[in-house]
Design a binder for this molecule. Sequence first.
Ligand code: TYD
Length: 141
Amino acid sequence: MNKRISFKKIGNESIGFLSFFEANKDIPFEIKRIYYTYNVPIGTKRGMHAHKELNQFLWCPYGIIKVVLDNGCEKKEFLLDSPEKGLLVGKGIWHEMYWLEENSVLCVAASDYYNEKDYIRDYDEFLKLVKEGYWKDENKF
Ligand code: TYD
């Protein structure tokens, strides 16, 4: 589930470009919610949580955002530095996002409606669930 996706790109330098993705085709879930984070000061770190069931797809249409994914055993770093790139972040992945450039915008397509009960905001609780096999192999890289 956790992987980079490159968008298709239509257009040219004189008229600009258009990119798109489609639910159940380019990303492996139905989209129930879109949200975006903006006007975030450079150097800010956000996220710092995992989800019990939610799957998400992140992309940065403007700016540079570093995303660190952690499945409780292993960490991986991704750079969202182009509107042509996206990143799938599946359930059971602790994620942290670092704003590296002014006015960077993070967009997220999510598999479900907002539900605070789906969040794990305590890292030790996250590690405990990983150890108990809560996600079985579903959160492996
Ligand atoms: P959160 O997911 O913790 O954002 P970040 O990881 O970027 O800091 O959400 C921040 C706050 O916004 C939190 O109080 C929950 C609320 N929120 C909603 O009400 N609806 C949503 O769809 C999202 C994503 C967050």
